[in-house]
Write a protein that binds this ligand. Structure first.
Ligand SMILES: NC(=O)c1ccc[n+]([C@@H]2O[C@H](COP(=O)([O-])OP(=O)(O)OC[C@H]3O[C@@H](n4cnc5c(N)ncnc54)[C@H](OP(=O)(O)O)[C@@H]3O)[C@@H](O)[C@H]2O)c1
Length: 283
């Protein structure tokens, strides 16, 4: 299949391009300077030139705190860019797979969020990502909106990396126990997105994230244990860590779809990432 991947310089985008190539697909992977998704005319030209059968959009403004003070940029990239891509995909008859986020939810539930649950983003990032979902669904009936969560993987800043860096330098780190989510390795998610592309017309909203749930505290502790890092994790709470953007307390993703794309448990994803890091550092 001819696949166009946008945001291919990012953590997820480069994993998606690699997984699609491994799957034998004809992949055009565009980094930001090759295609700015906020530029509607450039998007129309680029999608028209490449004429893909499927577009996978991994481009986004992902600075959750930065978005609080930069609505215009977050909206241009997260809210409007996906609409440009979806319209251009529709014009060439392509499916668009658009990656969205657990941060479209307000975190008030205490059981996994399913696709039809009421959205209610707490911050600008989540609100603009929700705008992107609406723009995609409006512009192209052949769409799959994939909400995912708590990504870690090679080629991008992520929590696991940060913790391993801190753990190498300090004896102790405080991590919050009162935010729960679905940690997801980009390697697993990338395969899931390629599977969706291959399914073709499994349209609508999909929740696709690592299996199980945990807190940031649990994730840090498990990363240290598996990586053999000797650093104590002290439990703390979000009120001790004031940040510009509020985060949902509970954003675990579940699904109500009859044939969902299942990913392995988050612990397997963590191991996959640690193995990936090891392979890169010893190459
Ligand atoms: N990271 C998470 O925990 C998480 C959780 C849930 C959902 N998601 C979603 O997953 C997707 C992938 O995120 P990620 O973690 O891979 O983020 P990332 O590493 O920040 O990658 C995003 C990529 O998009 C690029 N980009 C930004 N503005 C662009 C524009 N106008 N046109 C084209 N490209 C642009 C960025 O380029 P520059 O680096 O040059 O800015 C970057 O390469 C996003 O949709 C995000 O909302 C992420």
């Amino acid at each position: 299949m001819r696949l166009l991947v946008t945001g291919a310089g990012g953590m997820l985008g480069h994993a998606v391009a690699a997984a699609a190539r491994e799957g034998g697909h004809d992949v055009r992977a565009l980094v930001r300077h090759e295609l700015d998704i906020a530029d509607g005319e450039a998007v129309e030209r680029s999608v028209g030139d490449h004429c893909p059968e499927t577009v996978i959009n991994c481009a986004a403004y992902t600075d959750v705190d930065g978005a609080q003070d930069d609505f215009a940029m977050a909206q241009a990239v997260n809210g409007e860019g996906p609409g440009h891509l979806a319209r251009a995909a529709a014009a060439v008859g392509a499916l668009i797979i658009h990656v969205s986020t657990d941060y479209v939810f307000d975190g008030s539930k205490r059981e996994p969020w399913v696709e039809s649950d009421r959205v209610g983003p707490l911050g600008v990032y989540g609100a603009t990502k929700l705008g992107g979902e609406v723009a995609v669904a409006t512009a192209n009936p052949r769409h799959a909106i994939v909400r995912t969560a708590w990504l870690f993987g090679a080629g991008g800043r992520n929590f696991v990396d940060t913790m391993l860096g801190v753990g190498a330098q300090r004896d102790e780190v405080a991590v919050v126990t009162d935010q729960l989510g679905s940690p997801t390795w980009t390697g697993h998610l990338a395969s899931g997105l390629v599977e969706l592309a291959e399914r073709g017309d499994d349209t609508g909203v999909h929740h696709v994230a690592g299996g199980g749930a945990c807190s940031w505290y649990d994730l840090a502790a498990e990363a240290f244990k598996r990586a053999g890092v000797d650093c104590r994790v002290q439990p703390t709470t979000s009120d001790q860590f004031q940040r510009p953007a509020p985060r949902p307390a509970y954003s675990v993703l579940g699904t109500e779809r009859s044939d969902p794309v299942w990913l392995p448990p988050w612990q397997d994803g963590l191991q996959g990432y640690l193995d990936e890091r090891m392979a890169v550092s010893s190459a």
